[in-house]
Design a protein around this ligand. Sequence first.
Ligand SMILES: Nc1ncnc2c1ncn2[C@@H]1O[C@H](COP(=O)(O)OP(=O)(O)O)[C@@H](O)[C@H]1O
Ligand SMILES: [Mg+2]
Length: 251
Amino acid sequence: MARIIAISNRKGGTGKTTTSVNLSAALAHNGARVLLIDADPQGHSTISLGIAANKNRPDLTSLLVEKKKPEEIMIKTYLDNLKIIPAGGRLLNYERNYAHEKKTWTLLAEQLRSLNGNFEYIILDTPPTLSLMMVSSLIASTEVIIPMQTHFLSLEALAEMVSLVSKIKRLYNPQLKIKGIVPTFYKERARLSRSVIEQISKNLGPHIILHPVRVNISLAEAPSFGKTIFQYNMKSNGAYDYLAIAREIEG
Ligand SMILES: Nc1ncnc2c1ncn2[C@@H]1O[C@H](COP(=O)(O)OP(=O)(O)O)[C@@H](O)[C@H]1O
Ligand SMILES: [Mg+2]
């Protein structure tokens, strides 16, 4: 059985895409068979892996609407054992047209079931809005990882996310659990970072906090070259931090 991990937060710019791309790559570098699914219509994970936006290319919409098999639409990357199902502009139309039809919410889960066994990890990069792709991703997943900035104001979005996960768990997906929170844009010496983390540990338990990702310019630069952090700067703090998170996930 594949572990299906949604990278989610109901807030933009928290490091969801950076975490989706580089955690997927870190797990693949460690030898696992990984499928990254770009479930955000913005397509940032797709672009980050150097795959140009192309309206005619099959994407996640082909899986959901045209009922193509995942194998037919996944794209190869620089690693043999890392594949991606890309997103494109069509996904936005899909969200607009189908969000109100409840039966579409479970389509992604059903389609991914056929893949179980081919991959050890399926990572879903999700949009920040409470949308069809966010809900479909949580219904399809076994786990959720929440990247969040360690700011006081991020706590509200975290609380919303925790309550959304428990609602999805109760109504649709009993096995869903929060695997952990990744503190992003982390500044080791900042007292605020530490006190926010302490507060989360107190509320949700100390094991909920995963290895933090430090502020690192290479992480911000790599996507513009269509590269993961491991292709762009293997010696960076960013590469180190994402490998550390991969070890925690595998452990
Ligand atoms: N640890 C980090 N250090 C520096 N820049 C980062 C880091 N993580 C993400 N970024 C940059 O911050 C921006 C937002 O990150 P992104 O992963 O796209 O967030 P989201 O997907 O949650 O909107 C991007 O430009 C990204 O390259
Ligand atoms: Mg994103």
